[in-house]
Design a protein around this ligand. Structure first.
Ligand code: FAD
Ligand code: UDP
Length: 366
């Protein structure tokens, strides 16, 4: 009998397993995929760490979390500075003085940029923006909305900006200084050697079984440990009895190219409506790679159906209510902890996942 069965070798499961093992508990980790690390899995192709489930940039303002993750790898000084390509024009993101001066050649100073945005939003300003379109125009004016937001957001979410909640766009900084850093966080970087090595280190000393699905033998797995930490989908745990929670999915088209530098940046967003993908990732630039070849991934955002890889939880009212029904059942499970982005149906960044897993480990083990 193990102390803990951990379902899922993603970041949540690995942090929890590490903390439990460190305190002398016995853990069995089962993972349905053929590899560890969940969605932060990186695979080495042509000497380049390829982010197989989408680009992952570690960022946090929490000094404790930064210290914790640095215990498993050395981080480089990568700063995410994505570029937006709109037809034959290129702009810096997030929206900052570099964007404004390029968008409007007669704008040079913060005051001039603010004045221009003010003019552009005057016709349509809404005191309380009811949707993403209104919010975006309030923030950056109509031209930037049309060129850099409307098409990208429509592709990303499969819905018009008028049908989306305003808060989605509030994630992005708007700055009146020349600063292309996509994040406001104090700490940022990419683990040198890839994320898989980080998770491997976390799981040292734990028994890990790959290609092992909890639901192939649910009753026996539940019986094999005193406590179960479940990081799979919460609705699946209950056989979708109230219906399936919805996600947005992403399809990656990855290619090795015989050139050393395809686009000159790790992330280029395609913000027009016609280009079918949302962005192209050139993985080597996350680690300042100098390999002779390069690997790129085109990202296509897509609707999700049961059986597809779930990526982004859809945090609307309908799914929020459905999740609460499942959570009510989960709260009554004395021996099962539901953790991580699938277990808690939350869009957690990596630092949130580590914080959640450490808090749970503290509650359980100290
Ligand atoms: P997961 O990584 O999904 O791990 C869960 C594991 O459980 C999986 O390996 C799964 O196979 C396994 N599993 C599920 N069901 C079963 C079962 N029945 N039996 C056995 N195993 C099972 N965060 C950032 O901080 N920065 C970023 O730049 C960033 N970019 C992202 C880009 C994309 C496209 C996406 C989708 C997410 C991004 N994130 C980013 C978020 C990040 O991926 C998550 O915070 C993190 O991976 C969640 O870890 P987790 O352990 O909760 O989930
Ligand atoms: N966004 C946009 N244009 C861009 C980048 C982002 O309009 O070039 C919008 C889009 O609606 C997206 C939101 O800003 O959903 C948040 O962007 P972020 O990069 O944080 O999205 P993530 O993929 O990390 O959820």
């Amino acid at each position: 009998m193990y102390d803990y069965l951990i379902v899922g070798a993603g970041l949540y499961g690995a942090v929890f397993a590490h903390e439990a093992t460190k305190r002398g508990k016995t853990c069995l980790v089962i993972e349905k995929r053929g590899h560890i690390a969940g969605n932060i899995y990186t695979e080495n192709i042509e000497g380049i760490n390829v982010h197989k489930y989408g680009a992952h940039i570690f960022h946090t303002s929490d000094r404790g979390i930064w210290g914790y993750i640095n215990g498993f790898a050395e981080f480089n000084n990568y700063v995410n500075q994505p570029v937006a390509r709109y037809k034959n024009e290129c702009y810096n993101l997030p929206f900052n003085m570099n964007t404004f001066t390029k968008m409007w050649p007669d704008v040079f100073t913060p005051d001039e940029a603010k004045k221009r945005i003010e003019e552009e939003r005057r016709e349509s300003y809404k005191e309380n923006p009811a949707n993403l379109e209104e919010q975006a125009i309030n923030l950056v004016g109509k031209t930037i909305y049309e060129k850099l937001i409307k098409g990208y957001t429509g592709k990303q979410w499969g819905r018009a900006c008028t049908e989306l909640p305003a808060f989605i766009i509030k994630r992005l900084p708007v700055r009146f200084i020349f600063d292309n850093n996509y994040f406001n966080d104090r700490y940022q970087g990419i683990p040198i050697g890839g994320y898989t090595a980080v998770v491997e280190k976390m799981l040292e000393g734990c028994e890990v079984r790959l290609n092992t699905d909890f639901f192939d033998d649910k009753e026996n797995y539940l019986a094999c440990a005193k406590t179960v930490v479940y990081t799979g989908a919460i609705d699946r745990f209950y056989d979708y009895r109230f219906g399936a929670l919805e996600y947005r999915s992403v399809r990656f088209e990855t290619e090795v190219l015989d050139t050393d530098n395809f686009q000159g940046n790790a992330v280029i967003n395609y913000t027009d409506t016609e280009t079918p993908f949302t962005r192209i990732i050139e993985h080597k630039h996350f680690e300042f790679g100098t390999q002779p070849k390069t690997v790129i991934s085109r990202e296509y955002s897509s609707a999700w159906k049961l059986g597809d890889e779930p990526y982004y939880p859809v945090n609307d009212e309908k799914n929020g209510k459905l999740y609460l029904q499942y959570k009510e059942l989960a709260d009554k499970e004395p021996r099962v902890i539901f953790g991580g982005r699938l277990g808690q149906y939350k869009y957690y960044d990596m630092h949130n996942v580590i914080r959640e897993a450490l808090n749970e480990a503290h509650r359980q083990l100290d």
